[in-house]
Design a protein around this ligand. Structure first.
Ligand SMILES: Nc1nc2c(ncn2[C@@H]2O[C@H](COP(=O)(O)OP(=O)(O)O)[C@@H](O)[C@H]2O)c(=O)[nH]1
Ligand SMILES: [Mg+2]
Length: 196
C-alpha cells in the first residue's frame, strides 16, 4: 500500500498544490535546468535534488487522501505550489493550512508557498500582500529556482538522502497518462521498492 511506502521513506520534502500549478515543471527545471511544456501529473513523481528526496503528489481531488497520508508522515519540508494568476489556487492554499493544522501541528512552520508562473503577470495580485513570505517563481524563466534550491540544500542531512546510490539523480519519471491514479500509485510504488 502507498501508506506503507510513505512510512518506509520517512524524511522527505513534499511538493503539493493544485493541479497544473507547475510542480513538475519546477522540479524538472531544478534537475535539468530546462523548461518543457507538459501535461499535468495525474499521480506522483519523485526527484532527488541536492541529495534531498522530493516527492510530488498531484492536485486532483482523488489524490487528496494521499496528501493526508504524506502529511501524517511529517515531511521535513512542504512546498505548496500555486499558479500566481489563479486566485482559487491561493484560496486552496489557505484551506490546506486550515484543514490539516490538526493532522500536522508543524504545518505552518514547515510549509513554504511558491507562487509560480510569475512570468505571466507584471505585478503580484494584491491578495498576496497578506502573506509574510512566499517565493515568486517561474519554471519557464528560472526565476526563484535559486531560492528553492537554497532551502533544499539547507535540508541536506535531514532527509534520507540515498547515500547508497549517489549516482542517482532522477529516480523516477512521472507515470504515463493512460493509467488510472490508483494504477499509477501502484506501479510507482513497485518502481520505488525496486530501487531502494
Ligand atoms: N508560463 C508558465 N507556464 C508554466 C510554468 N510552470 C508550469 N507551466 C505550465 O503549466 C502547465 C502545468 O505544469 P505542471 O508542471 O505539469 O503542473 P503540476 O500539475 O503542478 O505538476 C504546463 O503546461 C506547464 O508547461 C511557468 O512558470 N510559467
Ligand atoms: Mg505534476
Amino acid at each position: 500500500m502507498l501508506s506503507d511506502f510513505l512510512r518506509m521513506i520517512k524524511g522527505f520534502v513534499l511538493f503539493i498544490g493544485p493541479s497544473a500549478a507547475g510542480k513538475t515543471s519546477i522540479l524538472r527545471r531544478l534537475v535539468t535546468g530546462k523548461f518543457h511544456d507538459q501535461d499535468p501529473t495525474l499521480g506522483f513523481s519523485q526527484e532527488i535534488i541536492a541529495k534531498v528526496r522530493v516527492i510530488e503528489i498531484g492536485g486532483q481531488a482523488s489524490l487528496k487522501e494521499y496528501w493526508k497520508v504524506a502529511l501524517d508522515q511529517k515531511p521535513v519540508k512542504i512546498f505548496f505550489v500555486i499558479d500566481i494568476t489563479n486566485k482559487s489556487d491561493y484560496l486552496e492554499f489557505h484551506d490546506f493550512l486550515n484543514e490539516n493544522a490538526e493532522l500536522n501541528p508543524d504545518l505552518l512552520e514547515t510549509t513554504t508557498l511558491i507562487t509560480n508562473k510569475i512570468d505571466l503577470i507584471e505585478t503580484p495580485p494584491t491578495h498576496l500582500n497578506e502573506e509574510n513570505f512566499f517565493i515568486k517563481s517561474s519554471a519557464k524563466t528560472g526565476e526563484g529556482m535559486l531560492d528553492i534550491l537554497e532551502i533544499l540544500a539547507n535540508l541536506e542531512g535531514q532527509t534520507n538522502s540515498l547515500e547508497q546510490d549517489k549516482s542517482v539523480k532522477r529516480v523516477s519519471e512521472e507515470h504515463p497518462n493512460n493509467q488510472t491514479d490508483a494504477k499509477k500509485a501502484e506501479s510507482l510504488l513497485e518502481e520505488f521498492q525496486g530501487k531502494f
